[in-house]
Structures are given as structure tokens and as C-alpha cells.
Ligand binder design. Structure first.
Ligand SMILES: CCCCCCCCC/C=C/C(=O)SCCNC(=O)CCNC(=O)[C@H](O)C(C)(C)COP(=O)(O)OP(=O)(O)OC[C@H]1O[C@@H](n2cnc3c(N)ncnc32)[C@H](O)[C@@H]1OP(=O)(O)O
Ligand SMILES: NC(=O)C1=CN([C@@H]2O[C@H](COP(=O)(O)OP(=O)(O)OC[C@H]3O[C@@H](n4cnc5c(N)ncnc54)[C@H](OP(=O)(O)O)[C@@H]3O)[C@@H](O)[C@H]2O)C=CC1
Length: 319
């Protein structure tokens, strides 16, 4: 199984003789002992694509049985076959996390296959760039319902079942740093991710007495082949490709990160396997950011202001 991001420092970094942050360890290696997740069941929403699949892969390498859940059955099945090659068993369950009944069914299917998942990774989310003044009520609802309400429904079901069973569990919510900074052009997603962040802090306290950990995990820019056309288009506008390797490494993206490289999806997977492991049992209510310090990069004088409409190549409002 591959992950898409480059391990190399950029051409720009070479030109400027700066190394940037070191490349990650090779795909397929792990800091955790072999078999750390033997006998564990890990449920990953959106585990059929992108970062969710990369997270699922790292749990699988350490012995976990996986349940992956999302709406599109074809992608889920392809990912199931790919992930099964890593050792553990994998079950794919079609589910729209906005629907509480479907959410119940995912947990029923997981229990039937392997038992109650001990780890839940709330990775599924929705996002597309749109100026706020153009956003329809349904566009807002769709992103907030998937990203925030879906995360809550999954987490609530997970906790109810663990509370009833008297068993411990670990929840990891995948966030985004614009929960803290705001996300111009992504007002719906940024607001939803701020809500997801808040859930981490509320629920960690509420459920620690029962043995349930709730943590956040925030990826920086981690391009992958499953990125939606909308998000990819946004990146292309922000950092135009230099004209070759359309699906290859994007060195112009690397040059815009303090690390002088984007993140590799496996770097997020490694962080997730640590947070849910026996070596992180006193960590709860915490959000770990895996972004090479990109979100702290700002100054009193920043690049010239370009409105979201201009960034998106849209005309003036109302025309
Ligand atoms: C600053 C830092 C930078 C950083 C930049 C990098 C960002 C990093 C952070 C990344 C965060 C992520 O979550 S990345 C994850 C991205 N992945 C995904 O989004 C995958 C899932 N997405 C989807 O399935 C779809 O995109 C989505 C629309 C959200 C959900 O599908 P649904 O079937 O529920 O909804 P639909 O019925 O199709 O559409 C619902 C409404 O949304 C509207 N809508 C849909 N796409 C639209 C669009 N592009 N522009 C406007 N409006 C849109 C439709 O017209 C509908 O409104 P009406 O016409 O009024 O009815
Ligand atoms: N890639 C990046 O650089 C960054 C990503 N993130 C976060 O990382 C996470 C993964 O993003 P990424 O892998 O890039 O994006 P993807 O678009 O690849 O993943 C989104 C996943 O969510 C699933 N999903 C969407 N809607 C629903 C729904 N209603 N019910 C169930 N599943 C759903 C999709 O599957 P399906 O369509 O089959 O339902 C898909 O597998 C997200 O939380 C995102 O916000 C944050 C910052 C940066």
C-alpha cells in the first residue's frame, strides 16, 4: 500500500540550500511494537479514501481488525480489499453518518463481525470552497450535518455501548486548524470543525470516569489521490502547478509550508495509532496537530489581501 506524498525535500529547498523538516520514516514501519492492536477492533469513518484509509492502514499493520464506513460502496469495497492485504480482517459497511439509524447499524455490523470497536476514528467530513455570501442553506446544512452532527452521532453510539458494557474506549476526532483561525472560503467547514474540537473537550471530561478517552487529531496539508476536485482545484489556484506531473508530487505546495514539505498521510496514521494505544492512556481532551507548524505561520504583514471571490475566480457579488 502506498501513500501519495513525497518523501523528498523540494527543488526550492535544494535551490535555497534549506533542508526543511526531515522526511518521515518509510511506509510500512511503526514506532509501536508489532501486534500492539492484536485483538482490537478499530472503526474508521471515511476509511475508504485518503487520510481515513491511511489511518486504517496503520492500525491494520499493528494487528487491528478494521471496520470502515462511508456512503459509497464501490470505494469502500476497493479499500477493503487493499487494506485486507495488510494482515487483519476488514469489514466495509455502507453508512451515511448523518442518519442515526444507519449509525446504529454500523455498530451492529461491527459487533457481529468482530465485537464492539474499542477505537473510533471520526474521520469522515465534507467540505468545498464557496464564498459565504453564495452559500445556500442546504450547502451549509450538508457540511455541518456530515462533519459535526455525524461525528456526534457516531461518538454517542460508541459511548452508549461502552457505558452499557462497562468497557473502556478511545475516540479520535479528525479536525482542521481552521477551527482556531477561521477558514475564509470554507466558513461552513471551519465552523463545523470548531464544533468537533469543542466536542473533544466536553466529552473527554464527561466520559473519563467511564474509561473513554476523546482526543483530536489535526492534519496539515496532506495531499492524496482521493482529494475532491473542489479541494484540489483550490490548491491549484493557490499554488499553480508548474506544468508537469499532474498527479505527481507537487513541489510548489512543499515550498509554501514552513517544513518545506507537505505531510505524508502515514504521518497522521502513526499519530492516530499512538493516541489510541496503551502508551497514551493519560492523554484525553487533547488535540495533536500534525502539520509542520503551518497553522502558526502568520505575521503582522502578510501577502496582499485577495478576496475569496477573486481567489476563486468569481466575478463581483450579484453579477
Ligand atoms: C483557509 C485554509 C485553506 C485550506 C484548504 C484545504 C482544506 C483542508 C481541510 C479539509 C477538510 C475536509 O473536510 S476535506 C474532505 C472533503 N471531502 C468531501 O467533502 C467528501 C464528501 N463530500 C460530498 O459528498 C459533497 O461534496 C457534499 C456536497 C459535501 C455532500 O453531498 P450531499 O449529497 O449531502 O449534498 P448535495 O445534495 O450534493 O449538496 C448539498 C448542497 O451543497 C451544495 N453544494 C455542493 N457542492 C457545492 C459547491 N462546490 N459550491 C457550492 N455549493 C455546493 C449543493 O448545491 C446543495 O445545495 P442546494 O443546491 O442549495 O440544494
Ligand atoms: N487532506 C488534507 O490535507 C486535510 C484533511 N483534513 C481532514 O481529514 C479528514 C479526511 O479528509 P480527506 O481524506 O482529505 O478527504 P476525503 O474526501 O478523501 O474523505 C472524506 C471521507 O468522508 C466520507 N464521507 C463523506 N460524507 C459522509 C457521510 N455523510 N457519511 C459517511 N461518510 C462520509 C467520504 O466517503 P463517501 O463519499 O463514500 O461517503 C470520504 O471517505 C477530514 O476530516 C478532513 O476534514 C483536515 C485538514 C487537511
Amino acid at each position: 500500500m502506498t501513500d501519495d506524498a513525497t518523501d523528498d525535500v523540494t527543488d526550492d529547498a535544494h535551490e535555497r540550500a534549506l533542508p526543511g523538516l526531515p522526511a518521515p520514516a518509510p511506509l510500512g514501519t511503526s514506532a509501536l511494537p508489532e501486534g500492539t492492536y492484536d485483538g482490537a477492533v478499530v472503526l474508521v469513518t471515511g476509511g475508504g479514501t485518503g487520510l481515513g484509509k491511511a489511518i486504517a492502514a496503520e492500525f491494520a499493520r499493528l494487528g487491528a481488525d478494521l471496520v470502515i464506513a462511508s456512503r459509497k460502496e464501490d470505494r469502500l469495497k476497493a479499500a477493503r480489499d487493499e487494506l485486507a492485504g495488510l494482515g487483519g480482517r476488514v469489514t466495509a459497511v455502507p453508512c451515511d453518518i448523518r442518519d442515526p439509524e444507519r449509525v446504529t447499524e454500523v455498530f451492529d455490523a461491527a459487533r457481529q463481525a468482530y465485537g464492539l470497536p474499542g477505537v473510533l476514528v471520526n474521520n469522515a467530513a465534507a467540505n468545498f470552497p464557496v464564498p459565504a455570501e453564495d452559500m445556500s442553506p442546504n450547502a451549509w446544512r450538508s457540511v455541518v450535518d456530515i462533519t459535526l452532527t455525524g461525528t456526534f452521532l457516531m461518538t454517542r453510539e460508541f459511548a452508549r455501548r461502552h457505558l452499557a458494557a462497562g468497557s473502556p474506549g478511545s475516540v479520535i476526532n479528525i479536525g482542521a486548524s481552521y477551527a482556531w483561525t477561521g477558514g475564509p472560503g470554507f466558513a461552513h467547514s471551519a465552523a463545523a470543525k470548531a464544533g468537533v474540537q469543542s466536542l473533544v473537550e466536553s466529552l473527554a471530561v464527561e466520559w473519563a470516569p467511564y474509561g473513554i478517552q476523546v482526543n483530536g487529531l489535526v492534519p496539515g496539508l496532506m495531499p492524496h489521490q482521493d482529494m475532491t476536485a473542489d479541494i484540489r482545484g483550490n490548491l491549484d489556484r493557490a499554488a499553480p502547478a508548474r506544468g508537469h506531473e499532474p498527479d505527481g508530487p507537487r513541489r510548489e505546495l512543499d515550498a509554501r509550508q514552513p517544513a518545506l514539505r507537505v505531510g505524508a498521510p502515514r504521518e497522521l496514521g502513526w499519530a492516530a495509532t499512538f493516541l489510541a494505544s496503551p502508551y497514551a492512556r493519560f492523554i484525553t481532551g487533547h488535540t495533536l496537530v500534525v502539520d509542520g507548524a503551518n497553522w502558526q505561520r502568520r505575521g503582522l504583514v502578510s501577502p496582499e489581501v485577495v478576496t475569496v471571490r477573486e481567489q476563486m475566480g468569481r466575478g463581483p457579488f450579484g453579477e
